[in-house]
Design a protein around this ligand. Structure first.
Ligand SMILES: Cc1cc2nc3c(=O)[nH]c(=O)nc-3n(C[C@H](O)[C@H](O)[C@H](O)COP(=O)(O)O)c2cc1C
Length: 180
């Protein structure tokens, strides 16, 4: 039975990566330093056969700096209709594959490209958001790869809540029901 649940998680995440209306398309991404955690909303852009997930960001961002210090991260997905929560414990790495970055950059619309082209890095104090300045060519686009180590499924139901912990053992995912 946990195998079926695992398959549904895969289907949901795969669908979300290509469907802007899927409730898992936006997720909460947590990073941390030795002293404090940080969370933010991000778009799930892609997922591969090994369930590694990919998000786009500005390489000057705090999340990238934090991953450089401590690569243990979490992702949280929530579907309010199904009262379904998926929590992922993972390691993260910023891609160093320039060819891949070039290929993906070419697929981004000019409007979205601006998100990675501001002259000032994020979190700088500014006078007026309407006057943000952008580079003409230079950009700071990067891709974060999130490699899952644990996956937790929680579905709240009127009768019995269902909670399953999946761990990667010898390359295979193994699920156990746990108390909700
Ligand atoms: C709906 C929504 C989607 C977002 N998607 C992304 C995203 O895909 N990548 C990203 O870097 N930031 C995204 N952001 C902005 C982040 O939530 C965050 O504010 C920004 O990345 C700076 O985070 P940091 O300073 O903690 O690194 C999104 C924000 C919202 C509200």
């Amino acid at each position: 039975m946990t195998d079926i649940i695992f398959s549904t998680i895969k289907v949901d995440l795969t669908t979300a990566a290509s469907s802007p209306s899927h409730p898992f398309r936006l997720c909460t991404f947590a990073t941390s330093t030795a002293t404090s955690p940080s969370i933010r909303t991000v778009v799930l852009r892609a997922i591969d056969q090994e369930l590694s997930m990919y998000i786009y960001t500005d390489r000057r961002s705090k999340k990238v700096m934090e991953i450089g210090q401590q690569n243990q991260v979490s992702l949280l997905f929530y579907d309010p209709v199904r009262k379904l929560q998926i929590t992922i414990g993972a390691t993260a790495q910023c891609t160093t594959d320039d060819q891949l970055l070039k290929k993906l950059w070419a697929t981004i619309s000019p409007k979205s490209k601006k998100e990675y082209m501001s002259k000032l890095p994020s979190r700088e104090k500014i006078q007026d958001p309407e006057k943000t300045e952008y580079h003409k060519e230079q950009h700071f686009f990067t891709v974060i790869k999130i490699i899952p180590q644990t996956i937790e499924y929680l579905r709240l139901k009127k009768s019995n809540h269902i909670r399953v912990q999946f761990d990667k053992e010898g390359g295979n995912w193994k699920g156990n029901y746990i108390t909700p």
